[in-house]
Ligand binder design. Sequence first.
Ligand code: NAD
Length: 488
Amino acid sequence: MEILNYINGEWIKPDAKEYLDVINPATGAALAKAPLGSKADVAAAAKAAGAAFPAWRQTPVQDRVQYLFKLRDLLKANHDEIARIITDECGKTFGESKGEMVRAIENVEVACGMPHLMKGELVEDIAPGIDELMIRQPVGVCATIAPFNFPGMIAFWYLPYAIAAGNTYIVKPSEKVPMTMQFIFKLIEQVGFPKGVVNLVNGAKEVVDGILEHPAIRAITFVGSTNVAKYIYATAAAHGKRVQAQGGAKNPVIVLPDADMEMATKIVADSAFGCAGQRCLAVSFAVTVAEAHNTFTELICEAASTRVVGYGLDSGVQMGPVISAASKARVEQLIGLGVQEGAAIPVDGRGASVKGYEGGYFVRPTILADVPRGSEIAKTEIFGPVLSLMHVNTVEEAIELANSGQYGNQASLFTTSGNAARRFRYEVQAGNIGINIGVAAPMAFFPFSGWKDSFFGDMHGQSMDAVEFFTQKKVVVERWPKEWSRKF
Ligand code: NAD
């Protein structure tokens, strides 16, 4: 499959000197070649988006959202096909891929409310005959830089809001998974947006740098690892752009002795091992309190060792591979580091091979127990199907441990005590909190982001935050004295 850019309503060959193989991580088979495009590609997209902006901005908002209604219908009609592509290039199961697109579609639906969402405010008579009003105007050309682990969804945390509010757009998918957006842009082409309103540029660092530096691009959203997020945040700000950057995670779950243990184990296993642990909201270390320890450890080890691993399009498969050979090697090396640092390994997923898919990059679910506090393995984002277990005696210690890391994307608690739940909600330092929930992913009508080193910026993704991010406020004070009134 040839991966092209979509610029000014045309499919264009990227200006690439290098290509990366896009590999099905379950089979090891090459699916496509990802072009590593250039700053010239970004310049072409920015020019097209800049040229499209004045007319798009003047298109009435109720007409702009008609394009989104059509896009939503096309995404729904092609839901299975998109999910199949996601599974092939990213490795997650078909059900997980479908789930990802449910949230993408939901964001389009919420953004269809833009005629209401971007309404301004007016206060009359702040002094006699003087009124003050606030209006929201689009920012201009905006862009999203996406990671590999949600090839379809992430751009939709932003793009529908941006274009409904009158901006024009550039999407830069991860070079590891360019095929999903290639297909989604075929649907965007079918919608018939005016030329240049929505553009696709493929590539890696050079394209990202082109986006960060281009003077016509006014607002940038990024989702990916923390080091790159920091770079994006600092560089975009240095170029005077509006920017928000979502980073990595190391999400804790606390299990109290009064929790429904069967339920807690099932949900924690789904969170830790779903999408092969490659989810920014995946639980990655469990802190058991007092007598929760033995039962939870026994049940979670059982859940980890019985999970069905394989190719995500085969029925009955509960977990796919990690994204690449390099990622498998890194995850296995980190598991080894944990053991060297003193962790026990009651369930060891290293050296996995799945019958019929010997070329795939599988790591089976792994449990590291008695992980020492302050160890590298307790701090590092693994981004694989590995759950670390730690044990404390009190809720206070557990919350303190949950708050001790650099990240703050999600924290979960399993309990039947309202009091403990309230305390946890109040004290825990993370942007997304789950109470008896393992993946606390906000619906599209709530904002999405982490805290601490999981997020750099102010306004978040989705919902009213996205409306705020993609509009700039203008305040007008008007004087219309009565004595100027004329009779016509
Ligand atoms: P990544 O940071 O390697 O890549 C993300 C994007 O940045 C890609 O488009 C890539 O081309 C670009 N990029 C990579 N290195 C770059 C560099 N040096 N300079 C400029 N651009 C660069 O992330 P990934 O491996 O694709 O995704 C996994 C990471 O994303 C994990 O850390 C995960 O926690 C995080 N993530 C966070 C969220 C969130 O909402 N907080 C959501 C999904 C993923």
